[in-house]
Design a protein around this ligand. Structure first.
Ligand SMILES: NC(=O)c1ccc[n+]([C@@H]2O[C@H](COP(=O)([O-])OP(=O)(O)OC[C@H]3O[C@@H](n4cnc5c(N)ncnc54)[C@H](OP(=O)(O)O)[C@@H]3O)[C@@H](O)[C@H]2O)c1
Length: 268
């Protein structure tokens, strides 16, 4: 896998930073994309140098299609083509539906859904020229089972799962493999970075796993692409139960989340 060219969005922190470090250590040439140029340069400066040319820093706000196109033009100039696209950038928003604010809600969909689709569109010609091209879209376990207090975020991640289903068939002709990865609670700055973090209590971060675990899964998906992987078997079961018996799934979820959430009452 040495010499593969990768673009990682959301590379300035958390999972994106961890996967950028892992890929560079495995001999990939990495383009790091996020808004915070200083953080990107700090991460890039710590990556092992790549013999075929340096890693690339791409400061870009993904909510602007013009900026995505500009970043991909720079990527094309430096790398020529693209072998692995990791669509990881994302933002959270915790609010009850009755208290949703349209502006942050739009930002969640702009970042988690529209930016991902438009990054795929912009990178398509580079992927077509890539060696054994792979796309990994980072969704979430809440994309397969909506969570109270996170309806907007859950819906955005359900959209990411849906995009993966469509795209892997759409791009089969060009032999571009598309995988969806659904991480569960991961120890990153995600909960501090989310929009209006004060609104609801954060989940119990004691259960959080390190970002390096998700990074290893992304590397394994590049080596052996699979349609969809959900981390943690309890969440996998909950996703299946939500289709087979939504009522039972509600019970299981409320027990798992704790707090003030209640199971909907069965009406006669
Ligand atoms: N942490 C968890 O428990 C968890 C669980 C399941 C799924 N996930 C998903 O994993 C992904 C990574 O999250 P994380 O946990 O690593 O959180 P994080 O540390 O907050 O990372 C989010 C990344 O996205 C970038 N980003 C946000 N808005 C952007 C924009 N408009 N343009 C470009 N980059 C943008 C941020 O960089 P800048 O601020 O520099 O732009 C940052 O690098 C997200 O898609 C998240 O939904 C996380």
């Amino acid at each position: 896998m040495r010499g593969r060219r990768a673009l990682v969005t959301g590379a300035s922190s958390g999972i994106g930073e961890a996967v950028s470090r892992l890929l560079a250590a495995e001999g990939y040439r990495v383009a790091l994309l996020a808004r915070n140029r200083e953080r990107l340069e700090a991460v890039a400066s710590e990556l092992p140098p790549h013999p075929g040319g340096g890693h690339l820093v791409l400061p870009c706000d993904l909510t602007s299609f013009e900026q995505i196109e500009e970043a991909v033009r720079s990527l094309e100039g430096a790398f020529g083509g693209l072998d692995l696209l990791v669509n990881n950038a994302g933002i959270g928003y915790r609010a009850r539906v009755s208290e949703l604010d349209p502006e942050p809600l739009r930002r969640v969909f702009d970042t988690n859904v529209f930016a991902l689709l438009l990054t795929c569109k912009a990178c398509y010609p580079l992927l077509v020229r890539g060696q054994r091209p792979v796309v990994v879209n980072v969704s979430s376990v809440v994309g397969r089972r909506g969570i109270p207090g996170q309806a907007g975020y859950s819906a955005s991640k359900a959209a990411v799962c849906s995009i993966g289903e469509a795209l892997r068939v759409e791009w089969a002709e060009e032999d571009i493999a598309v995988s969806t990865l659904n991480p569960a609670l991961t120890a990153t700055g995600f909960f501090q970075n989310q929009l209006n973090p004060q609104q609801l209590p954060d989940p119990d971060l004691d259960e959080a796993r390190p970002a390096s675990e998700v990074a290893r899964e992304i590397l394994s998906l590049d080596r052996r692409p699979r349609p969809e992987v959900s981390l943690r078997w309890k969440w996998r079961l909950l996703g299946i139960l939500s289709i087979l018996s939504p009522r039972l799934a509600d019970h299981a979820l409320v027990r798992r989340l704790g707090g003030d959430w209640r199971v909907p009452t069965r009406r006669p």
